[in-house]
Design a protein around this ligand. Structure first.
Ligand code: SF4
Length: 422
């Protein structure tokens, strides 16, 4: 019998230099869509307001569910009592918007610099506006964070507020687009697994609870703090591959199915058809990707599961897989499935990493927006990492689209070359 360890024990190249990533406020853009009676109040500067406004510009057509309480220069200089001002802003907001049931006070670099205690503010405001509104705080600050950590901080802050339960249940943590979440729940229902709850819930009143008989699976690999918070409530984590691609989805489902005693026969029956569909869809895009090399700069924290998908299902060769943080407890199963070879780097020293990418000249470089244009100008083909977070990419029905996100830039570059020589 052979034990497959792949890259499970590969040492990490740890870098702690300058980083090029968006801050955690960015995650509000997808979180506010998931939580329909929530409001995200960023306690920050005009820079924070601009980031949200430009990143989420589409929201101007809808009643917004996020805003910024601007810290003025007097606040930053410690001349005003920012807590009093915050209370006034929140009272104004909640009297105008009676639809808000959960209010998130979101910390930022400026609120952290002046040491504004948002935890205290959330407790005080929760008492004042209970039971209509629950006030929770978390940090989206850009100091030492990356943008997907905003979701992790938000969900980790919700966990202690969840009611206790003793029932045996499956909890799924991580925000997914509604259509993808429905597919996931339909698959689990087909396997006869239940009851199932999802964090974050769409509404404050949705019955999400947690306790010692709860087992949970993550659908996003960037939820390290949420995992720890759920474990503190007695829940048990089910380690698994992440549900990217046919193999990832099947193994994610299998880990849950084994926990709930689903028969192999039922598992095959429920997964057979969507698996075949996913394999076929991936194969089409994989024709462009096969034998091409890929280099990941650290950005979304999806890098390791995506590298596993690209190497195992699309035939790519991973040169370096950079991730802002590597939680082996979370991405260990994905690393274990990968053939030895790639460098796994954690954190960033952007100049050193750019040198490595230039020397390696990968066929495809997955990186943040700030690095993509300069690298394209140097003749490298790039994929914006942030798109992978905003596009539905999980589970069987999205497997072909996920492969397509990586093959498109290569096809575009090839078409441009043909154009140049024509
Ligand atoms: S939280 Fe920090 S990094 Fe993010 S927009 Fe505000 S000032 Fe910039």
């Amino acid at each position: 019998m052979t034990v497959r360890t792949g890259c499970a024990d590969t040492p990490l190249l740890r870098e702690r230099g300058q980083r090029e990533v968006f801050c955690g406020l960015t995650s509000i853009i997808w979180l506010h869509r998931k939580m329909q009676d929530a409001f995200f109040l960023v306690v920050g500067s005009r820079t924070c307001a601009h980031l949200l406004q430009s990143a989420a510009g589409v929201m101007i057509f809808a009643e917004p569910r996020f805003g910024t309480a601007i810290l003025e220069e007097t606040d930053l200089a410690g001349l005003a009592d920012a807590q009093d001002e915050l209370d006034r802003e929140v009272a104004k907001l909640l009297s105008r918007r009676t639809d808000i049931r959960q209010l998130f006070l979101v910390g930022s670099c400026p609120s952290e610099v002046i040491k504004l205690d948002l935890e205290k503010a959330a407790e005080r405001l929760s008492r004042q506006f209970a039971p209509r509104v629950r006030v929770i705080n978390f940090s989206g600050s850009g100091i030492e964070t990356t943008f997907t950590q905003g979701e992790d901080a938000c969900l980790a802050a919700i966990v202690p507020t969840l009611p206790e339960t003793d029932r045996r249940q499956l909890l799924l943590a991580g925000a997914l687009p509604d259509v993808v979440q429905d597919q996931m729940l339909a698959l689990l229902d087909g396997l006869g697994i239940g009851p199932v709850t999802v964090l974050p819930a769409a509404r404050a009143d949705d019955p999400v609870s947690v306790g010692p008989n709860t087992v949970f699976a993550l659908v996003q690999p960037f939820l390290g703090d949420t995992l720890a918070a759920l474990e503190r409530r007695g829940a048990r984590h089910l380690p698994a591959l992440f549900p990217f691609g046919e193999e990832g989805t099947t193994e994610w489902l299998r880990a849950i199915a084994e926990e709930f005693g689903v028969s192999e026969e039922r598992f095959e029956r429920v997964t057979e058809v969507p698996r075949a569909r996913a394999r076929k869809a991936v194969a089409q895009a994989a024709a462009t990707l096969r034998d091409k090399s890929v280099f990941f700069f650290p950005d979304s924290q999806l890098e390791i599961p995506l590298a596993r998908f690209l190497t195992r299902e699309c035939g790519m060769d991973a040169l370096e897989v950079g991730a802002p943080y590597v939680h082996r407890r979370i991405v260990g199963p994905d690393m274990a499935m990968m053939a030895p070879g790639p460098v796994f780097s954690e954190g960033q020293d952007v100049d050193l990493q750019l040198d490595r990418a230039r020397a390696a000249r990968p066929d495809l470089t997955v990186c943040g927006l700030g690095l993509a244009n300069p690298l394209e100008a140097e003749g490298l083909t790039t994929k914006w990492a942030i798109e992978l977070v905003f596009t539905p990419v999980h589970f069987y029905e999205q497997a072909g689209d996920l492969a397509g996100l990586f093959s498109r830039p290569l096809r575009r570059r090839a078409a441009l070359k043909v154009g140049e020589t024509a």
